[in-house]
Design a protein around this ligand. Sequence first.
Ligand code: NI
Length: 163
Amino acid sequence: MPLLKVVIYPSKILQKKAKPVQKMGEEIRRLIRDMVETMFQEDGVGLAAPQVSVSKRIIVYAPTARRGEETALINPEITKFSDATELGVEGCLSLPGITGEVRRAKRIEFRAMNLQGKVFRDTASEFAARVLQHEIDHLNGVLLIDRLDFNQREILLSNTQRL
Ligand code: NI
């Protein structure tokens, strides 16, 4: 299976709102297989289609980082965020060398379409909820660095300027 090229910030496609998938078909399934392969190859726990230059609402993720435990979501939508939040360290394949602490809901409810084209609902909590929120952010053109507080952003920027 071909590996896809992960685009790096500040590529424009990363900051664009991705379009919903209108029709499930072999082309989308092939893209998803390649995204899964690319995610594991790059040691990621999640990957969104805009990161491989496809501006469509598709994500794959595997919070356990184990092959065979990945999930693909098409047109995912978070329908409920828990009031409880927590801080956690995140990185992103499109932001090599950058990590930051991001506050996310501890638990979410979502709906999405699966590989068979069927819409389903599910919930996620803890790390899986964090990964999902990060990947769904990508579909809306939002990056980890957009979620950092002012102090963390300042530190990152000053480090970058020193390079
Ligand atoms: Ni990311």
